[in-house]
Design a protein around this ligand. Sequence first.
Ligand code: SF4
Length: 373
Amino acid sequence: MRYVDEFRDPALGRRLIAAIAAEVRPDRRYRLMEFCGGHTHAIANQGLAALLPEAIRLVHGPGCPVCVLPVGRLDMALALVRRHPEVILCTYGDMMRVPASGGDSLFSARAEGADVRMVYSTLDALAVARSTPHRPVVFLAIGFETTTPPTALALTRAAAEGLTNFSVFCNHVLTPPAIAAILAGAGEGGGAARPLDGIIGPAHVSTVIGSDAYAPCAARFGVPVVIAGFEPLDILRAVLLLVRQVNAGRVAVENEYTRAVTPAGNRRAQALMAEVFAVRPSFEWRGLGAVPASALEIRAAYAAWDAERRFAMPPLVGRENPACDCGAVLRGALAPRDCRLFGRACTPERPQGACMVSAEGACAAAWTQGPAR
Ligand code: SF4
């Protein structure tokens, strides 16, 4: 298959690994963070970390949309469906299993009688709203810049159609401020615990925001960024480019994923997002705490479709499971297997934290390699 098979070629992979080994300096270590949960899973599924020289350590980052949503925002969604039994809450499947305060979840709320429905897209949620005009339908929107344009599109369609029973509980977050927060040492324990030498930039997000969006962050913190696709050769090539930059003392944003990412990104998607959303002054992230200008809210022009305004949803401060180390895992300060619950109390069947629930979570990725060390 074009664009897939040629990026999984074993012979090319061996050549790239040899090239990386030849570049690595014996006197130094390279801590490289893959920001995106999709990369974390690709690295785990392909066993890439074990193929790299010992001097290279791949550290997972906070790029899992389900994982970074703080418990308080999930508590707000639960409070909404409990206080308003007439509401149909639509969301992506992973969100339904994430533990909220006290171990509740949207699944447990559904078992109690709340009308919580899994959808595959914002268009599904709009279809629910069209087919049940007598009931309010709320879409629980999460995710980075990849999933934001579809939410913006749903809001513009709802406005154009006069679909007054539809609204969005907006939790969309922004990638560059999160990378800056990690590099600035945000969160309990000070960010990624030890300095990072480079960032493997996200693939899908970068198709929307473009590679130029990372330049201010790279320059401010002196950390190179290489945007990579999801195939094994993409990731190995990104590692090679980062090692070369580190060795040369160079700090630049490079784009390995040129078949999909451009410097400016998708201007139409950016314009759509700008029409519908404004940047929040601050937003709480699981693991990073409050990060300035790191999330989006619905503009006043679309207030009629903003669930937070419409249902006067009060902000809630959630209670994390104190035994779950998701926060440290999301900062790259702790490896999933170093959480004392990993593979014991916490498994994909009985997840204790968001990082084990989500298809993009670091703990779920580590689990794909088995419960043992
Ligand atoms: Fe949380 Fe489970 Fe991951 Fe531990 S293994 S950090 S409890 S999700």
